[in-house]
Design a protein around this ligand. Sequence first.
Ligand code: ATP
Ligand code: MG
Length: 562
Amino acid sequence: MSDINTNKEEDVKPLNFLEEIIENDIKSGKLKTIMTRFPPEPNGYLHIGHAKAICLNFGLAKKYGGKTNLRFDDTNPVKEDTEYVDSIKDDIRWLGFEWANEFYASDYFERLYEWAIVLINKGLAYVDDQTQEEIRQNRGTVTVPGKESPYRNRSEEENLDLFKRMRAGELKDGEKVLRAKIDMASSNMLMRDPILYRIIHAHHHRTGDKWCIYPMYDFAHGQSDSIEHITHSICTLEFDVHRPLYDWFIEKLEIFPSHQYEFARLNLTYTVMSKRKLLELVKNNFVKGWDDPRMPTIVGIRRRGYTPKAVRMFAEKVGVAKRDNVIDLSLLEWCIREDLNKKANRYMAVLNPLKVVITNYPEDKVEEMEAINNPEDESAGKRKVPFSKVIYIERDDFMENPPKKFFRLAPGKEVRLRYAYFITCNEVIKDDNGEIVELHCTYDPESHGGNSPDGRKVQGTIHWVSIEHMETAEVRLFDRLFTEPFMGNIPEGKDYKEYLNPHSLKTATAFIEPELAKIKKDERVQFERIGYFWQDYDSRRDMLIFNRIVTLKDTWAKLNKQ
Ligand code: ATP
Ligand code: MG
């Protein structure tokens, strides 16, 4: 039944604008199949925004029976590194996708060079001797047309000769560039004779010292798409002004007509997503590394304990927009709760303990209480939790002078200990400073298992651990990395680092039921009433460390009900 319903829902789900374009291309007979690509620059670790782009590119290809290439956009030798190449591949696989081919823009350097010569031969490119600064000044402004370079009308032979000498390493960095000859008065600044090649005498992580001229992004990207027969080249909105140039190269070179489509980049509240800023956080030790669980990087999200399914669900829910927007972080949190609610076993753990002595419980008695592992999944079964005379409860679950609506433990009040007994608080023990150190309670032996013996109701159910049987673990509790929701809107002159949340990481000791200490290293669990957790990479059997993936409270669902 539920399967049929899900399918129906999918059927009626409206197509996003990219799906519409693709379906039209297929229906009209223009295309039989599609080919997409994910084109990261290997200059940093991927973040959740990239995850969105990955899910989109791989997801569309999958839906329409096509394929996706992974292409490293490695045209800038100075910033790139193989460390990043490996992590990017790992992240994509973790998300559950496999690329058809692994390519590098640098694989195409020779072909791009030949295409530059084609443009020179057609009188559509020239070598310019102006300095970067002169080129910039002569480009004009949006309202003032640019000035043509005095070198713009060099002969074809001279251009060819100079360009070859650029490649041969006869010239110094910045001495000359190759430019397209388009229109210095174009209303699109990028069409004002854009630079195609610049001289950079630098070692490239793949081509080594073979090249000392490197193509600009615009001269590499579209042609790389074309070489790979990419049908739908999907990128973020800021590239829409590049599209005329993308099309110009394809038209003038008479090569496979790839098309570029733009969608809104993903922004998330309470975080930053530029690789430059993330690198800065790592380099300056504001976080403990790229995979710090507070980071919006995929490696960070992964170490935090997020599942690939939750991230894919998030990408799906965010959808594909044509206008920039900021997505609430609580949507991502909602997705992981949704996934884990069904599969995470429940355990009891106390983070901020208060000792409770059950005065009428026999001194040496131990009972194995039966607990349900997952109320959402019967097949998860049951387990035993040892119960004895002295236990810990959560300090917050007791109030000496409670307000009216406080349903947990208070002097003279009765609560249910989950899976155990009803207890009533009779006495509050304090130390010399007036701090509460212990509670004395009595239990009702008739309420075994936490069931009411006579139909009398208790309003609160609290969790506990038996002190004699418990184990300890370190828990890491994460909060938002920044205090400001809209990090894109911080005032001019303010540094984003001033908005770092000083309380984004808290560590505490958890007192945990014995079965919890035995779970598999990669098992995600719920600490009842506290959140979803899994073990950090540094956790060991004799020194357990749990990361809180997310709390149980769902602010996003609440916001959306309003
Ligand atoms: P950054 O600005 O963080 O350095 P980038 O855009 O330079 O990122 P690339 O490696 O060039 O990073 O990105 C690879 C692909 O991922 C590109 O197609 C880019 O459009 C896409 N992408 C990057 N950031 C986002 C985002 N926030 N939302 C959606 N897609 C993104
Ligand atoms: Mg980029």
